[in-house]
Design a protein around this ligand. Structure first.
Ligand code: ATP
Length: 336
């Protein structure tokens, strides 16, 4: 097996704990890997670096093309721009892909949920263009461009085709934001009609969409949406399948891909060794698929599925008592 070089950003809060666990599981699966460990977020500032997103971290991800990243915190009130937003913009990681599916052994309200949220990752209300027009009046600019809307729509249809998905639902609010959300619809329809007429396509106003998601999530397949709605809807979908501890994520661009859990740095449980590492381990599985190590990906998937089904070694968020590393050890034991 060729040796892979992968950038590892441990992150802040529970980041170092869950990334240590994910790293051990990936190595135990048999990946031949050299990790290039680099900081971002509060960890970078603590190390006295110039920026929350150091140049050498960015350069390494671009050079090696793939990173596994723990959650990072952006220090508040020091004029730092969000690390995640910067990373996505600077590396042009324009598509966030967040699968949420039912896991055997994890108790939830619904069975058979299998949804992939595809979120535009570079514009919308995350433009960072805010200003105080006059004292007491602030504007926040929502940006939509034809290039980014077309790019994310094409990505979603390509993803659906490659992953044998049947339907794309675009969640939008074009009845109010006729131009910005309207542009995403125009671009999505164009791609659907011209390039992917065999995928089922529907449009749904976001408020009705989230209601239907909580009533019957099984009717949904791939959700395509802009940045802000994607942020909210992917947490909602996480809630449908067991919470933030069990959903992975990836940020994909043409030049690099960064794999990370949907959850944040969870400062409330940081350093206690109780965080669930599964979301980052699952993100590692997506990473292995991305680098064409499908056999190893399946090995890890099968191992954590067995651990969940047995229900003996679960973290607190899943109703158990196990610590972060103990849970990782249980997964590793299933791969021996
Ligand atoms: P941030 O500001 O970095 O987003 P946050 O606490 O606002 O942090 P999350 O980190 O997403 O947001 O956490 C939301 C809730 O979910 C917290 O109560 C946290 O403890 C819990 N949580 C998040 N990730 C995990 C995990 N991996 N294992 C267990 N609980 C988690």
């Amino acid at each position: 097996m060729a040796k892979h070089t992968i950038v590892l950003v441990p992150g802040d809060g529970i980041g170092p704990e869950v990334s240590a666990a994910a790293r051990r599981v990936i190595e135990a699966a048999g990946l031949s890997v050299e990790w290039v460990e680099l900081p971002a977020g509060a960890a970078a500032v603590e190390q006295g670096l110039e920026n929350v997103l150091p140049q050498r971290t960015l350069a390494a991800i671009l050079a090696h093309k793939v990173a596994l990243k723990g959650p990072v915190t952006t220090p508040i009130g020091k004029g730092f721009q969000s690390v995640n937003v910067q990373l996505r913009k600077k590396l042009n990681l324009y598509a966030a892909v967040r699968p949420a599916h039912t896991l055997g052994g994890v108790k939830t309200r619904f069975d058979n949920v299998d949804i992939v949220v595809i979120r535009e990752n570079t514009e919308g209300l995350y433009s960072g263009l805010e200003q105080e027009v006059v004292p007491g009046v602030v504007t926040s600019l929502k940006v939509a461009t034809e290039v980014a809307c077309t790019r994310i729509a094409r990505f979603a249809f390509r993803y659906a085709t490659r992953n044998h998905r049947k339907k794309i639902t675009v969640l939008h609010k074009a009845n109010i934001m006729k131009m910005s959300d309207g542009l995403l619809l125009t671009c999505a329809r164009r791609i659907y009609e011209a390039e992917y007429p065999n995928i089922e396509y529907e449009e749904m106003i976001i408020d009705a969409g989230v209601m239907r998601l909580v009533q019957d999530p099984t009717r949904f397949d791939v959700l395509l949406t802009e940045n802000m709605y994607g942020d909210v809807v992917s947490d909602l979908c996480a809630g449908l399948v067991g919470g933030l501890g069990v959903v992975p994520g990836s940020n994909i661009g043409d030049d690099a891909a960064v794999f990370e859990a949907v959850h944040g740095s969870a400062p409330d449980i940081a350093g206690k060794g109780v965080a669930n590492p599964l979301a980052l381990i699952m993100s590692g599985v997506l990473m292995l698929q991305h680098i064409h190590e499908e056999t190893l990906a399946r090995r890890i998937e099968s191992a954590y599925q067995q651990v969940l089904l047995e229900g003996k070694t679960l973290t607190r968020d899943l109703g158990g008592q196990a610590g972060t590393q103990q849970f990782a050890d249980a997964i590793i034991a299933k791969m021996r």
